[in-house]
Design a protein around this ligand. Structure first.
Ligand code: IPE
Ligand code: IPE
Ligand code: MG
Length: 261
């Protein structure tokens, strides 16, 4: 059986087991959008925008490490992005390899651990090889986790998780009543990672585009019109600053006061 319930349960999910409420977000998720429009504005091909987006990712990762972010999840390619012209898809599939080739030494130096969320199915072998290599080479690092959402779709991820749990029930190692929010979370690609505290989307679009549908249930959302290739440390700081002023109530009441009616 490809699914091990024991392994799933062994992974501690968060440091505290509680949602992160401190002023600084622990897990930041970014929808890196607007590469095509950035390029069009300059009379360049869309691929030039994707290339420039890679430089923005470099700056953002550096800044996130310096700021002490725990997990940075970046939306690199959605399951819907296969709808794009083949030439653009091929270009995008080369980017992980290119990025890791140039940046893996610095990532390793910064104690960054690479991981991936998304379906391996359909990804070209060379893309998987680059990501797998980076994951293996950084597996023992203890600093920030850089999680690439690659060939990722929230609904597809939930379906894969539900199938894992259904198989465990069928195999008689899991009772339906034992399926909890915690267990569903762990069965998702993000597994032991705590939910994002802050979601950033650039390029002026105000939608989730099938990103982390389960995990973003209580995230703080921050949007900017800036196109991804222009995104840098200052925008990350602006988002974190806005986050630090938010009052996260999780359905409760401010300050967690007791019954005062
Ligand atoms: C984000 O930029 C990169 C990917 C989706 C892979 P886009 O390519 O979506 O850029 P726009 O939204 O067309 O400007
Ligand atoms: C979301 O951006 C996916 C990534 C950034 C990888 P899209 O550009 O694909 O999203 P839509 O099509 O505008 O919703
Ligand atoms: Mg887009």
């Amino acid at each position: 059986m490809p699914f091990s319930l024991r392994r799933l349960l062994q992974r501690p999910r968060t440091k505290s087991g509680l949602p992160h409420t401190a002023n600084k977000p622990y897990h930041v998720a970014i929808i890196m959008d607007g590469n095509g429009r950035w390029a069009k504005q300059r009379g360049l091909p869309r691929t030039a925008g994707h290339r420039a987006g890679m430089a923005a990712l470099r700056l953002t990762v550096r800044a996130a490490v310096e700021l002490g972010i725990g997990v940075l999840t970046v939306y690199a390619f959605s399951t819907e992005n296969w709808r794009r012209p083949k030439a653009e898809v091929d270009f995008l599939m080369n980017l992980p390899g290119q990025f890791l080739k140039t940046d893996l030494p610095e990532l390793k130096q910064n104690n960054v651990r690479i991981r991936m969320s998304g379906s391996r199915e359909g990804l070209p072998a060379h893309t998987l090889q680059a990501v797998d290599e980076a994951i293996a080479q950084t597996a023992d690092n203890t600093g920030m986790i850089l999680n690439f959402a690659l060939n990722y779709g929230g609904r597809g991820e939930i379906i894969r998780a539900v199938r894992k749990l259904a198989k465990a029930v069928k195999a008689g190692v899991l009772e339906p009543e034992e399926i909890t929010e915690e267990l569903v979370s762990r069965a998702l690609d993000t597994g032991a990672l705590p939910d994002p505290d802050l979601l950033i989307r650039c390029s002026g679009e105000i939608r989730l585009s099938n990103f982390l549908l389960w995990q973003l249930a209580y995230a703080e959302l921050w949007f900017t019109d800036v196109y991804w290739p222009d995104f840098d440390r200052s925008h990350l700081l602006a988002a974190i600053n806005a986050y630090s002023k938010r009052d996260r109530r999780f359905g409760g009441i401010k300050g967690g006061e007791g019954l005062d009616v």
